[in-house]
Ligand binder design. Structure first.
Ligand code: SAM
Ligand code: SF4
Length: 433
């Protein structure tokens, strides 16, 4: 989401005459787009700011700014107390950036941290370099108020872009040769533009170009509708992959988290999705060490992982965030216990991923070639629609091609295969040739 926001910011600044430099030493303005979701994300930014500030030795007029959630949360600390930056601009005030940069150039602090109920940057064309994959932010904010989460405070209330503006952006990306689009929102399933819901949006995006893969994230279990599941099943180019954060396997903890579903509801939903979309895979987010979490609660989380068999898990140690309800519950699980539980979650997931990948040996998959493998130019790397990385020997395939491959070997993180044949999709009809 921050990558997508950065592209919006660059789009706004480009319209005002700025251009991008990859070298911080050549920059007149350095902006750090920040995340507040966990304490360590914020600590990293303080470290980065320390380094960037040294650029002022050679260029005293350099404007340094903080964008995003930290700007919203820590304006006073950054500007008044630590005097680290010239500019703080929250996620809903990017349109004012050119004016606020001018203020900072004039020697005053540029501050824009108001949250909006309407801003969606609908009309801004994000700055994107040519490539295969693009992010499109389709809604902003979140109304869920999970008790651990700072997002509703730093990014404000939910609001959605119009379907037509998103579809137009997908059309432009298709014309530029992009092959994959990820639709983004903190809870994409509550997308509603006044007449269209998320399933409508997904279908409309899928219809733009059948040779383009459509992904989306994140789905809240409570709002994943049957209509959405049937829409995914009906469109071959909507990837069979759902990121469905569970957070915990214990109903007691889910209640304390205000996640608004029980584990039974969640597991039923997974079953239903598997019936409607054969072969669908799931990933999830899990928090270890939420306030009052006992070893029994933790075992329930491991049990859910064994039952669902996720393709991937994003795993986090609970990090208390000011303003949230969980902050007032204390942080009573000691750090070494959180670390141990997290380690158990990681190890279990590695075993599960290994087993899922072993079961794919001998099977055929269609992958989108992304380029050379990270480790060697003698191999190509691509992804299945379930988001698994597959490495195949070099051939005359190029980035952006689809290929049918046979899987021969697997680790917990990567599949290794051989090329069978090239696959081409008819842009309009989804037929393969
Ligand atoms: N909107 C998405 C959802 O509901 O699942 C996720 C948004 S959040 C940016 C991504 C993940 O960060 C969450 O699913 C949660 O697992 C994790 N997270 C959020 N707040 C956290 C906290 N205070 N401590 C640890 N992990 C946290
Ligand atoms: Fe945070 Fe919950 Fe909203 Fe996700 S759904 S962004 S975890 S409040």
């Amino acid at each position: 989401m921050n990558l997508a926001d950065t592209e919006i910011v660059l789009g706004i600044l480009q319209n005002y005459g700025y251009s991008v430099t990859k070298e911080p030493e050549h920059a007149d303005v350095v902006l750090l787009n920040t995340c507040s979701i966990r304490e360590n994300a914020e600590q990293r930014i303080y470290g980065r700011l320390g380094n960037i500030k040294t650029l002022k030795n050679d260029n005293p007029n350099l404007v340094i700014g903080i964008l995003g959630c930290m700007a919203e949360r820590l304006r006073k600390d950054l500007i008044d107390k630590k005097k680290m930056v010239d500019l703080v601009v929250g996620p809903d005030e990017y349109r004012r950036l050119p004016e606020l940069i001018d203020t900072a150039i004039g020697g005053e602090k540029g501050i824009g941290v108001r949250l909006s109920r309407t801003e969606t940057y609908d009309d801004i064309i994000p700055y994107r370099e040519d490539g295969l994959m693009a992010w499109i932010s389709v809604m902003r904010g979140c109304d869920k108020f999970c008790t651990f989460c700072v997002v509703p405070f730093t990014r404000g209330r939910e609001r959605s872009r119009s379907l037509s503006s998103v579809v137009k952006e997908v059309e432009q990306l298709s014309q530029r040769g992009f092959k994959e689009v990820s639709l983004l929102g903190q809870n994409v399933n509550s997308y509603f533009d006044g007449s269209n819901d998320f399933a409508d949006l997904l279908a409309a995006c899928a219809e733009v170009d059948r040779s383009m893969r459509i992904r989306f994230t994140t789905s809240h279990p409570q709002d994943l509708s049957d209509k959405l599941l049937y829409t995914i099943a009906a469109h071959p180019n909507i990837c069979n992959y759902i990121h469905l954060p569970v957070q915990s396997g214990s109903n007691r903890i889910l209640k304390l988290m205000n996640r608004t579903y029980t584990i039974e509801y969640y597991l039923n939903l997974i079953d239903k999705a598997r019936k409607i979309i054969p072969g669908v895979s799931f990933s999830t987010d899990i928090i270890a060490g939420f306030p009052t979490e006992t070893y029994e609660d933790h075992l329930m989380t491991l049990e859910v992982m064994r039952e669902v068999k996720y393709d991937g898990v994003y795993m986090f140690k609970y990090s208390p965030r000011e303003k949230t309800k969980a902050y007032d519950m204390g942080d009573d699980v000691p750090d070494e216990i959180k670390t141990k539980r997290l380690q158990e979650i990681i190890e279990l997931q590695q075993q599960i991923s290994y087993q899922i990948n072993q079961d794919l040996i001998g099977k055929e998959e269609v992958i989108l070639i992304e380029g050379f493998s990270r480790k060697s130019d003698n191999f190509l790397s691509g992804r299945t629609d379930t988001n698994k990385v597959v490495i195949i020997p070099l051939s005359d395939l190029k980035a952006g091609d689809y290929a049918k491959v046979k899987i021969n070997r697997a680790t917990h993180a990567t599949l290794f295969g051989e090329f069978i044949e090239k696959v081409t999709y008819d842009k309009k009809s989804a037929l393969t040739t």
